[in-house]
Design a protein around this ligand. Structure first.
Ligand SMILES: [Zn+2]
Length: 108
């Protein structure tokens, strides 16, 4: 069983290219894409932002700053981070799953 598309971990080139393509679309096109997750503003009251709250979340490809691995910060995971974990709106994924797991285990 593959969990790639669920977590963004070990994202394939195809998945990363598709995520980059979606990021380049218009907001109207992005809203209709299956990977897009709607934001719930009632869960974002901890966020003070001058730029306005996001209407939805999009899969965000990124390169791990530690090991250089390419992964995707999934829209679903962003929603959890911002709305459940009450994360800072300017926070971005900077390390891959493996590097964060190693940090949690105290290996770095
Ligand atoms: Zn890494």
């Amino acid at each position: 069983m593959s969990t790639h598309t669920q977590t963004g971990r070990d994202a394939t080139e195809v998945e990363i290219r598709e995520a980059e393509r979606v990021l380049s679309l218009t907001p109207f096109q992005q809203r209709g894409h299956p990977s897009t997750v709607a934001a719930d503003h009632s869960q974002l009251s901890h966020i003070n932002t001058y730029g306005g709250l996001p209407e939805f979340y999009l899969d965000q490809p990124f390169t791990c700053r530690k090991c250089g691995k390419r992964e995707i910060w999934k829209a679903r995971d962003q929603k959890w981070y911002y709305e459940v974990a009450k994360g800072h709106i300017d926070a971005r994924a900077v390390e891959c799953h493996d590097c964060r797991a190693a940090k949690k285990r105290g290996e770095t």
